[in-house]
Design a protein around this ligand. Sequence first.
Ligand SMILES: Nc1ncnc2c1ncn2[C@@H]1O[C@H](COP(=O)(O)OP(=O)(O)OP(=O)(O)O)[C@@H](O)[C@H]1O
Length: 340
Amino acid sequence: MSKKILELRNLKTSFRIGEEHYAAVDDVSLDVHQNEVLAIVGESGSGKSALAFSVMGLHNRAKIEGEIDFNGRNIANLPPSKINALRGKEISMIFQDPLTALNPLMEIGRQVEEVLLLHNKKMSKSVRKKYVIELLNRVELPRAEHVYGQFPHELSGGMRQRVIIAIAIANQPELLIADEPTTALDATIQAQILDLINELKDDLDSGIILITHDLSVVAEMADRVAVMYAGQIVEIADVYTLFKEPLHPYTRSLLSSVPMNDGTQEKLHVIQGIVPSLQNLPREGCRFKARIPWIEDSAHEDHPELHEVKPGHFVRCTCYKHFYFPEESKEDQEDVITEG
Ligand SMILES: Nc1ncnc2c1ncn2[C@@H]1O[C@H](COP(=O)(O)OP(=O)(O)OP(=O)(O)O)[C@@H](O)[C@H]1O
């Protein structure tokens, strides 16, 4: 396998609410390798962005525990000067909404130049301009020289997202974090932006963390997938295994709640309830238990752990062995498990 770039070990990110700290990311361990896309999926509020922001060192007031090893160096809780030296250079982020991520009053070219200047003060003005135009061409912006002098409001949503990507790759980062990079775009543009991110991964040899709630984006882009629920990873596997043999009840519910084009689904499953708020997250036992109340209590572990069921395929809690959808009968499900 290619070189490991990022290793999270028991990462815990907590926010203070009133007198207490509450963990939005709770004991997360995972790796990202060079030239791979690790997708992190989960419903809104599951802790995906809190995880990404922890790696980027963007939380001002959160308590970060555990390790964030980037190329063998623990970057959790680095002082601002040290994390600023990494951010935008070795690790960079593509944000969800290009309009809010860009400065409306500054020309595009200058915005890309700013990030170059942060990390390379010696580059002359003319070389910088040439490089920025190359970057704008690289992200396939038509008439890059013209775009250089334009303002964000003069560009379409897709073009603005290409600018954001140019800024993110300007210093050839080893790790790119893309947080819902296509959510704000329509379907055709979405596909083009995903293609571009894929090409860049190969060009730059970077590792990519792709945060999304869209399973079609996962299927299209990811090499491996981590499924997050209530701050924890509940399943992690390569993309093929995850779609073909999902195990955790949450993963199975997510996959059954979206239409597949292979005609295998008779009807869509509706996941009961919602992700609880941070203060109300269950901290004891299986966190998904309340959303599958038809499964017997004894199916769950008291202290659910990630079990490696096959090399590289991990699932949390033993409840996966006993899970069935309410629309199926329990006996049908047990037949499947026995045959499997
Ligand atoms: N700065 C903060 N202070 C307090 N609570 C926070 C803060 N940031 C996030 N949270 C809470 O942490 C939990 C996880 O939020 P997070 O934004 O990471 O979820 P997410 O999976 O990225 O959701 P989305 O897909 O909506 O972005 C939520 O309950 C959220 O309200």
